[in-house]
Write a protein of this length. Structure first.
Length: 105
């Protein structure tokens, strides 16, 4: 096993708002994480706001990952992410299962 193959899986936790105000910062982070033949998991459990710029960034990341043969998955969708996907109709675009947690009583 070479050093290159030892790092084939990455988990990238995203947190806070993915909005127009943080899009450039998140884009740099996402593009650095993507690489050919690498599995990248975007953990979205701590994303508390997602606007159109954030959605566009996730679309860009998914398209770039496909272009370079990187397996990009979105996981642990927060309530804000689920709401944005439902409002935009983009949930099926990403192709990742979305688990909806029961409301706390």
């Amino acid at each position: 096993m070479t050093n290159a193959s030892a790092n084939l899986y990455r988990i990238l936790p995203l947190e806070g708002g993915m909005t127009i105000y943080s899009a450039a910062e998140h884009m740099e982070l996402l593009m650095q994480a993507l690489a050919p033949e690498v599995e990248v998991e975007l953990d979205l459990c701590a994303v508390d706001e997602l606007d159109c710029a954030g959605l566009q960034l996730l679309i860009l990341a998914k398209q770039e990952a496909a272009r370079i043969a990187c397996d990009l998955r979105l996981t642990n969708h927060s309530a804000a992410v689920i709401e944005a996907f439902e409002l935009s109709g983009l949930g099926t675009f990403f192709g990742d299962p979305i688990l909806i947690k029961p409301a706390s009583e």
